[in-house]
Design a protein around this ligand. Structure first.
Ligand code: PMP
Length: 395
């Protein structure tokens, strides 16, 4: 098979799963009305498939900050952080992240994906080891591949398996980077951070925690799992993204290790790409302030999460182990997932469809994400619709 034929065969496999005309992936959102409603085709839909956890996409403070930055600094930096792309705002945001996490330094990247790529490939290299959770996000896998380090996976959230692999590494643990996520994006479950910290200390490794989905969601001030578990001081590097609770695009890494600064000189995903636009940085700075003081938003978010989790659970759906802003109904086959996804859309509810190999353990997922802007009535309607569709999908 030549290169183009290989793509044809992958396309045929996808078409066999998803008949023509069903654009479950990359479906165009024609108009956005608010943090919870949009138009898809000719339907006004409820958005239950975004990562807008605090519901801040239309926060006036963020919109105004972005407008002012465009007026003052233009639409883009047209260059990388290493060259002409480090404006006052990029540095200010780095300081604000460092201060938020009580760390000595912070680095801003152009996306959350690049934050993981840049941090991992800057920290480890050929001859080193990365020990990662089996359900890690693609940006973590790709960062590990880019680094050239040996990649070892432990079973998702399985601490016995993690320790077994650490034991086998023997004296190589000293050059091992352990990576986990605050909240996992497929099933919405949390890492057993206390146990991971215990092991990383016992085996003398370095620990990186990706708080992409937990920033703004967990902890009194929204730092994430580190705050909820009171383990901030024990994690060596924290990465995260601006594209979820902070409602823009970009990523960061913070640490108390002074060596973080060296990443600016070795990390290709930091050096060889243009920096975030002034408007992006300005709206992120405004959103970070709202996130830090947003305990009322977190309260509303958690009330919505627990309501929907309870309704889906009661309806009989198999769910992830923890209620949270990511709530996934796990079904056995892609056909079941597709049917549920389509029927929800017919009821004007937009959710995410996740098929193998993206979904864990060969299962398929219909994943909802809940946000602080959803009303109790909207959540109730979504729960009731899932309930109504249960026997159709599982019958
Ligand atoms: N880490 C995790 C755990 C993620 O889920 C994502 C995005 N879904 C990223 C990193 C990458 O972030 P971004 O989309 O902002 O590049």
């Amino acid at each position: 098979m030549n290169l183009l034929e290989k793509l044809d065969s992958a396309a045929a496999a996808r078409k066999a799963l998803l008949p023509d005309g069903i654009g479950a992936f990359g479906i165009p959102i024609e108009e956005v009305y608010s943090a919870t409603e949009a138009r898809i085709g000719n339907r006004r839909v409820l958005l239950l498939g975004t990562n807008n956890y605090l519901g801040l996409t239309f926060a006036p403070e963020c919109i105004q900050a972005a407008h002012e930055a465009i007026d003052k600094e233009g639409t883009g930096t047209t260059g990388s952080r290493m060259a002409n792309g480090s404006y006052y705002g990029h540095r200010a945001l780095e300081k604000e992240f460092a201060e938020f996490y009580r760390c000595s330094s912070g680095i801003v990247f152009t996306t959350g994906y690049q934050a993981n790529l840049g941090t991992i490939s800057g920290l480890v290299g050929p001859g080193d080891t990365v020990l990662i959770d089996g359900d890690s996000h693609a940006s973590i896998y790709d960062g590990c591949v880019l680094s050239g380090a040996d990649i070892i996976r432990f079973k998702h959230n399985d601490m016995v398996d993690m320790e077994k692999r650490l034991r086998r590494l023997d004296d190589r643990t000293e050059t091992t980077l352990v990576i986990a996520e605050g909240i996992y994006s497929m099933l919405g479950d949390q890492a057993p951070l206390a146990e991971i910290v215990r092991l990383k200390k016992a085996y003398n490794c370095i620990l990186l925690l990706d708080e992409a989905h937990s920033l703004g969601v967990l902890g009194e001030t929204g730092q994430g799992l580190v705050e909820q578990t009171d383990l901030l001081e024990e994690v060596d590097f924290i990465t995260g993204t601006f594209s979820k609770s902070l409602c823009s695009i970009g990523g960061f890494c913070v640490s108390n290790h002074p060596q973080l600064e060296q990443l600016r000189y070795v990390s290709h995903p930091y050096i060889f790409t243009a920096s975030p636009s002034p408007a992006t940085i300005a709206s992120t700075r405004a959103a970070l302030q709202l996130l830090r003081t947003g305990s009322h938003l977190r309260k509303q978010l958690w009330s919505n999460c627990t309501q929907l989790y309870a309704q889906l659970n009661e309806a009989g759906y198999q769910l992830g182990p923890d209620p949270g802003p990511v709530i996934a109904a796990v079904v056995d086959t892609p056909q079941q997932a597709l049917l549920l996804w389509q029927k929800l859309l017919e009821h004007n509810i937009y959710v995410n469809l996740i098929l193998p190999p993206a979904a864990p353990e060969g299962k398929s997922l219909v994943r909802c994400s809940v946000n602080a802007a959803h009303t109790a009535e909207q959540i109730k309607y979504v729960g009731e619709t899932f309930s109504k569709l249960y026997s159709l999908v599982n019958g």
